[in-house]
Design a protein. Sequence first.
Length: 319
Amino acid sequence: MHLVGTINVPTSCIKTYNFTQQKPFYKFYVRIAKRKKMTFQDFLRERYTDGTVKTYMYHVDDFLFFQQKDPSKISNFDVLLYFRDLTVFPKTKLCAVQRFFDYMMFTNQISKHPCSSLKILTKSPPFLPQRLFTRKELETLLNRPNRYTLLEFRNKAILSLLIYQGFTSQNIINLKLNDFNFDENMVTIKKTRLVNGRTLPLKPNQVTILRSYIENERKQLNCFDFDHFFLSKNGKQLSIDALFRMVKTLNDFYPDRPLNPQTIRFSVIKDLYHIRKLPIEQVMIFSGHHWLTSIKKFALNDDPERVDDMNKFFPINKM
């Protein structure tokens, strides 16, 4: 048996380790050494985008300034004190703090995570179908001017799939070129954790927009030979953040209501179920929802008989 250098190894390890294979053992110690030298910023960069790294670093700096103590001595109670009266971005701040203590665990600076199971429950605003958009209102978004001429058809293609097929954000970014069948003018949406897979027809004006994007813009953007259908201006796969930023530029059209991929999808479902009066089963298949109750929430309480009853028992002109 030949050993290079001197390494203090417990007796229990000598019985189970094959020292003739010295290289993996050496790599193990190199990996431990790298852990100790790794900074929190390096830890985040291996896992997140530059924007997320910057955000998490900012929130962790604020958290540590509040604590005013050695990070290795921060307890669960200290974390709870910080979040007790916090009202702005509590979930983002919690994720940042949890990643910081993940880093502390990873680099062996602490042995117990003070907030790994901590969760913040926030009350969602009430769902109001009346604040959604009509089909005509959504179609006006297709005529908006684009800041980048190279992305004109790409952005129109994305909006058309949101407006006419009710795509989710995940459906948009996961779409592949072979999901389209232009011989039959159909698009296939793969199953995800939240929605079922389905195949939906494309409208004639959509086909024109999609073909223009494929034949012109996508060829120029696809410098890395990506299989994903929608690409960013840097030639990489489109991210959900970039998708939301693109839709956010349209907020000037309707500043009184929230406009994002989710509210557009909800508006499409409401139009099919409440305006066009399609059977609930058809709407469920179209949208990919798992449960009928997910569709029933789009019903509006404007039944004439119900309105008459309300006016009878609760007249507006009486106090």
